[in-house]
Each structure stands twice: as C-alpha cells, then as structure tokens.
Design a protein around this ligand. Structure first.
Ligand code: GRF
Length: 203
C-alpha cells in the first residue's frame, strides 16, 4: 500500500513510521510527506529517508477549501491508499474527510472522548486524572470524533509535569501508530458504518 503522512511540526511519529517501514519494507511505502509549514522538522526527517516531500503552505490559500483541494489533488495524483495524520495541526473540511473516509487515520494525545482539541496533557493534569494516554482513530468529519481503533494508557504520577506526561505519551505513540498503520495495510481494520471492524488477530 502507498501511504502519505501529513505533518505540521517535529514529526517524531513520522520518524517512528519511517523506522517501522524500514523493518517491514514490503508491507507499505511512504510515498509522500506533506507539511503545511515550510519549517516543519519532519520534512528533514523525510528527506533524510529519501521520501518525496511537499510543502503546501496554508497561508498561501484564501480558504480551507482551496487548501484542502490542493492537498487532495496531490494525494490523488500520488494514488495514496492511506493518509496518516501525524501532528497535522489543521482542521480539515467535510469534503476532504469524506473523500478519504475509511482511508485516513489520526493520532490524538488523550483517551478520547476525553479532551478533544489542544493542551490535552495540561487538561488531564488539571483535572486530577490518574491516567492519560493516546487514541488512534479513523478520521470522520467530526473533529477528533471518529471511531477509535486503538488506545494506549499511561499512569499519571503524583509528581507528574506536563512535560514528563507528554514524553510518556509520545513514547507510547511511537509504538502504537506504526502498529495501526500495519493493521490497515494488512487489511485487518476497516471503517464500516462508522464503526471499526477488526479482522483476524491484532497483537
Ligand atoms: C503528537 O502528540 C500527536 O498525538 C499530536 O501531535 C503530536 C505530534 O508530534 N497529534 P510529532 O510531530 O509526531 O513529534
């Protein structure tokens, strides 16, 4: 399968997928990395791995529709089977999410449905939660609201800081995201009637 990874920043999840791809090389190829920000460090990671990159700077577009249309054009041209959002910080239009329905994943740093949106680590700490984590879900028009495929939990300790919590969650993200990408490419998961259907054994 041909996958594309969409980023806005550091791209540590992209790196985890690049490393996984190197290990499981015949299962999928990372055909394209798109960033909406020219300064995203993830673009360097992709280039170093010899992956085609594209910067589609959202500030060059008058509307979300025009920006999304340009991304869709590029993804369709590259014949992408799976779009992987990895720290991609733009809200996507209904049209774009519909076009890639069942073919687009996102990773969110909270145990959804808790804490959609931003500053999830801070919010979990402030709420006095004892556990936190990440969710990987199919993308639907509802922001951070698509059906969850996999979650991983981390404990919140007494002396936890926002930074230490973020680090713990990141560590788990780097294990979980490549795993779910593999499941998709092996056709073990599918979005059917707004639900995740699992085929075969997962772990
Ligand atoms: C991750 O925490 C992810 O859950 C969120 O954005 C962050 C991206 O980090 N959506 P990176 O760019 O992959 O390092």
């Amino acid at each position: 399968k041909k996958i594309a990874v969409l980023i806005s920043g550091n791209g540590s999840n992209l790196q985890a997928i690049i490393d996984d791809q190197a290990k499981t090389s015949d299962l999928y190829v990372i055909a394209l990395v798109i960033s909406n920000r020219p300064d995203a460090y993830g673009l360097e990671r992709a280039k170093k791995a010899g992956i085609a990159t594209l910067c589609i700077d959202h500030t060059d577009y008058a509307s979300r529709e025009e920006f999304d249309t340009q991304m869709q054009l590029q993804l369709d041209q590259a014949k992408i089977d799976l779009v992987v959002l990895a720290g991609f910080m733009r809200i996507l239009t209904q049209g774009f999410t519909q076009h890639f329905l069942g073919k687009m994943l996102n990773i969110h740093p909270s145990l959804l449905p808790k804490y959609t949106g931003l500053h999830t680590h801070k919010r979990a700490l402030e709420a006095g939660d004892t556990e936190h984590g990440l969710s990987i879900h199919f993308v639907t028009p509802e922001l951070d609201g698509g059906p969850v495929i996999l979650q991983a939990k981390v404990a919140i300790e007494n002396d936890e800081t926002e930074q230490s919590l973020q680090q713990k969650v990141h560590q788990q993200e780097h294990i979980a995201y490549p795993l779910v990408v593999r499941w998709f490419c092996e056709e073990r998961i599918q979005l059917i009637d707004n639900r995740v259907v699992y085929f075969g054994q997962q772990l």
